[in-house]
Design a protein around this ligand. Sequence first.
Ligand code: R5P
Length: 299
Amino acid sequence: MSDDARPLLLVLPGSEHLGNDLAATLGAEIGRLALRAFPDGETYVRLDTAPDGRSVILLCSLHEPDRRLVPLLLVAATARDLGARRVGLVAPYLAYMRQDARFRSGEGVSSRYVGRLLSSAIDWLVTVDPHLHRHRSLDEVYAVPATAVTAAPAIAAWLRREVRAPFLVGPDGESAQWVRAVASAADAPFVVLDKVRHGDRAVDVSVPRIDGWRDRTPVLVDDIISTATTMAETVRQLRGAGLPPPICIGVHAVFAADAERVLRDAGAGRVVTCDTIAHPTNAIDVSALLAPVLRGHLG
Ligand code: R5P
């Protein structure tokens, strides 16, 4: 059995940008992991650092999840098979949280199924601002101890540094939880709009009276920027009401297809995201928020 008492951090593809900082703050060793595709597309896994007897942390942000989930499950299973004491997952972006109900008959509730799948492979989970809407907590979805860290303090600190007199706008009811927390920490006023979604790329957003805040800088805050339809429509409405280009802040820079262009074409000002998913718009670091919670799970 390995006599190395340090946690072993295994960094999966797409999360390399967070690996060194996390390893340094946790005093973890970054393990050597070989992952490649066989010619037939199946995934080959090899751990070149022995995990036996050690606490293993898998770092895997789950954007584009369908190509990340199988390698993640295989690495987790390999670590367990080779004697890891515990295997935890840090998924700064946790996918499949938005299909959280059966909206039309016959639909699958993917959040629950993916939660069940991952829970079978790991001993604990830490993530950042998961999309909790119809599920009130991760415990409704995950069978293992799961902690949601919020990026709100880091976003508020960025706002205090970078933006004079912000006024925060949440594009829909779901965003209220993030906007309220950021507004309170940044000591800024906020408003939450009404959104009606008609399809993947079709939403209506209604803007209430905003006359009282015309001398402030509008800042949109949402958890996920995916197709950017939500933010782009909100930007159009605010611009139409005579406001300057709003700063757009997303926790998770999913940016599907041409989403960033869609947002800029709508008239957005600066676009800023947290580094839960590596993207050129990353300006807010979340690794410092993760470390204390991870220490709790490592025991
Ligand atoms: C939905 O409720 C979320 O909070 C986001 O507003 C949504 O996921 C954004 O998606 P999109 O960028 O595709 O409009």
